[in-house]
Design a binder for this molecule. Structure first.
Ligand code: ACO
Length: 435
């Protein structure tokens, strides 16, 4: 629970109206917040903060980011310790429940997720309504939204048990849906989940196996994807998570709220950056490669060109994204295990990174590589097509979305999200008599 600080904030006005005092609350770590909830009733004014640059929209105990230090904590644990010591379902349990599972809890949770991974046969028909060349994020937005039509037994959002069942269903079924979207785009048969495999191993098999032969999951590929899932599991109040909270705040069902999160994640400024980053590298490679990097960087720095260095910069991190370091490590491991060390795109990425980290433009603006800079190269090496990268991100982020949604609904003070505006349209006017 946030605690009232000894400090108070006072807002004074230049027109002589009486100053207003606001309470200040402190969290466990991180900046204090000024509680402005009474501002409108006391002053008749709103705050103005498009893009939420200085607004805390909720109280949360799940994830903490210190953007200046480049620190990321899940439930207090540093991301590098988590990535090195846990698997994705440990992380899912931690994010949902607040503590790492003991061995008995882990066995029970893994089994629960494993036994909810099949999807209703009707969903196959739903999927078949899409064009084969549909973007996987369009398919996923539709499929996740459609889940709400299948689980009328668990959509009472005021019932904590229902919320728990929905969380399990979503986390368990997401890999199946993503793999189905991929298989559908190829025209290959869907591969059903197999219960003796790990969460990530099962996803790899559903993606790459065919019914024609046995399939052995490659350990390096499984470990790399598991790390991608861990690093993307939650990230505080980012755009898609805030979307899930805002959508869920109206009391809608969890499948609809998560579908809204998937739709938001799709954009290139957010989850779509991994796909956009790989497209950028491929475009550069096809147009001169490393020799043309300098020229490309000049375009990136020119505001009029509209070109951004994808995979660089972050709203919160003004230091190296700690996930990017871990992803770089995985990238090296995967390329070496798969014999792709000389991969030209990886070389190109390293060269872009080297220049950007030394260039005054990037240094002055504190622009560092983010996790997507490397995750695209890893996924491509594994055999995942760029159009599916963001769907893989959505699969992992489902854990964070559903945990944040559940946390919001468990908070007795939660209210429907309803921002206000500064109106700049016409003042009142009359419709002309005849027009
Ligand atoms: N390339 C070139 N210049 C950049 C970049 C970039 N990737 N990112 C920011 N800048 C510049 C801006 O032009 C601006 O310069 P100015 O101060 O001279 O006007 C300054 O740095 C600040 O940028 P903003 O856009 O104001 O920062 P904001 O916090 O709003 O944006 C964002 C963050 C959207 C991530 C941005 O850095 C970006 O577009 N990056 C590329 C896309 C990307 O990789 N997104 C992934 C985000 S991480 C994730 O979702 C997992």
């Amino acid at each position: 629970m946030m605690k009232l600080s000894d400090k108070k904030a006072t807002l004074s006005f230049s027109d002589g109206s009486a100053p207003i005092e606001f309470p200040v609350y402190s969290g466990t770590i991180g900046p204090d917040v000024i509680d402005i909830r009474k501002l409108y009733s006391q002053s008749g004014m709103f705050t103005y903060d498009p893009g939420f640059l200085a607004t805390a929209s909720c109280e949360s105990s799940i994830t903490f980011i210190d953007g200046d230090k480049g620190q990321l904590l899940y439930r207090g644990y540093p991301i590098d310790q988590i990535a090195k010591n846990c698997d994705f379902l440990d992380v899912a349990y931690l994010i949902l429940n607040g503590e790492l599972p003991n061995p008995a809890q882990k066995t029970e949770f893994d089994s629960l997720i494993t036994h909810h991974s099949m999807v209703h046969e009707q969903l196959h028909f739903f999927l078949r309504g899409f064009r084969r060349d549909a973007h996987p994020m369009a398919v996923l937005t539709g499929l996740v939204g459609a889940l709400s039509a299948f689980y009328h037994d668990s959509t009472d959002i005021t019932n904590p048990r229902h919320r728990e069942i929905s969380a399990i269903r979503l986390i368990a079924k997401m890999p199946t849906l993503v793999a189905m979207a991929y298989k559908y785009s190829l025209g290959q048969p869907f591969i059903h989940p197999q219960n003796d495999l790990s969460y990530t191993g099962n996803f790899v098999r559903m993606m790459f196996a065919t019914p024609c032969e046995d399939y052995k999951v490659n350990d390096v590929v499984e470990r790399a994807l598991d790390r991608i899932f861990i690093l993307h599991a939650d990230h505080e109040q980012n755009a898609s998570t805030s979307t899930v909270r805002l959508c869920g705040s109206s009391g809608t069902n969890p499948f609809a709220a998560i579908a809204a999160g998937v739709a938001c994640l799709w954009g290139p400024a957010h989850g779509g950056a991994n796909e956009a980053c790989l497209q950028m590298l491929e475009h550069l490679q096809a147009n001169g490669g490393v020799a043309k990097v300098g020229e490309f960087m000049e375009k990136v720095k020119d505001k009029n060109s509209g070109v951004r260095l994808m995979g660089f910069g972050h709203r919160v991190y003004k230091n190296y994204d700690p996930r990017a370091k871990l992803m770089q490590e995985t990238c090296k491991e995967v390329l070496s295990a798969l014999g792709l060390e000389k991969d030209p795109l990886f070389k190109l990425a390293m060269e872009l990174e080297r220049i950007a980290l030394e260039d005054k433009y990037f240094v002055d603006r504190k622009l560092y590589p983010n996790v997507d800079f490397y995750s695209g190269i890893v996924q491509r090496a594994i055999g995942i097509p760029p159009s599916l990268f963001t769907a893989v991100f959505a699969l992992a982020r489902t854990v964070g979305w559903i945990a944040q949604w559940n946390e919001m609904l468990s908070d007795p003070d939660y209210k429907i999200g309803r921002p206000r505006q500064l109106y700049m349209g016409s003042a009142v006017r009359n419709v002309p008599a005849k027009h």
